[in-house]
Ligand binder design. Sequence first.
Ligand code: NDP
Ligand code: GDR
Length: 341
Amino acid sequence: MITGVTGQDGAYLSRLLLSKGYTVHGIKRRSSSFNTGRIDDIYQDLHENEPRFVLHYGDLTDATSIIRLIQTVEPDEIYNLGAQSHVQVSFETPEYTANADAIGVLRLLEAIRILGMTQKVRFYQASTSELYGQVQEVPQSENTPFYPRSPYGVAKLYGYWITVNYRESYGMFAANGILFNHESPLRGETFVTRKITRAVATIAAGGQDILYLGNLDAQRDWGHARDYVEGMWRVLQHTAPEDWVFGTGKTHTVRHFVELAFAETGRRIEWTGTGVDEIGRDAETGEVRVRIDPRYFRPAEVDLLIADPSKARRELNWQHSVELKELVAEMVAADLVEARR
Ligand code: NDP
Ligand code: GDR
């Protein structure tokens, strides 16, 4: 069972599990517009004989739906990927974010307990490098102290600890993957990487002039989502329920990501000015391509994330396979196809 099946990771994880022979039950929420674009190609008609990919309506803020679905599906593994996952949006909707991202985890764990399935179900919680927040130590490992910097990070902190607590209290196989940023052509359009690759592609196709961004100095450890869902699966196949860091061990600024993305379309960006007056120009034509819009600054920022994934490498034999340049190339190429269409 996958919550958040319609999101980036849900789409990659569904494919991975189907390829391994699983039957996948995805939980999606009701929306007034289509929200299944990332999984439409694997959706199977319910009327087919024994479909292996089944979607159910449910919501992490609705305990009744969670209990009913777990009771009906009787899953062996639950991957809790559902969340209000946008850090900046969490400052605008802090209460909803806490409800879905913190109490939502509790609802799942309690449902498992109420239904007497603590010894049957293996539970994966989508924890995040946002738990580290304000830099305490670099690189960040399973032993680095947490200091979240957003309502999202604080909600995820609860999700992390309630998962640990149910493991310790009830002997559940409940584990956290502490995942650093991972991206793909399926990444949501308002996260910075996809926002950049879409804008670069649209500019190349002649449809947009300027890309407006916030903090260009933030440093992130970016990998490819496909590698990270493999990590999630390995967490639940391990002999014991533990907590694991997944990342590449390399970090780059948002500014560098911008440069790499433009380079994919044969453009070089030259920077002038500082702070909100910083401007990125096309080095050849002099046209302004990037400007700062302070609206994208966050009330509190996470400046530097860099993973120490050595435990996952050592004990799960997990390693990222896609470097940043390759990731950017794949994202820009996919967005160029979209932009030209
Ligand atoms: P997305 O934002 O792409 O997907 C989030 C999913 O959660 C969507 O399917 C969304 O549904 C669903 N959802 C949102 N609110 C609810 C709710 N109340 N009830 C049920 N489902 C809900 O995120 P990603 O795929 O990128 O991330 C997956 C998980 O991993 C998230 O929990 C995220 O916080 C966490 N994470 C992500 C990282 C990353 O770099 N991508 C890194 C570390 C952790 P809808 O499609 O209808 O909006
Ligand atoms: P993040 O991802 O906050 O790390 O959370 P995001 O791509 O939103 O921001 C990364 C960094 O880029 C800076 N930034 C901008 N961000 C956005 N969205 N839009 C902009 O215009 C912009 N300009 C600069 C941000 O300030 C930030 O420093 C993601 C999510 O997937 C979380 O769910 C997940 O837990 C973490 O990654 C790990």
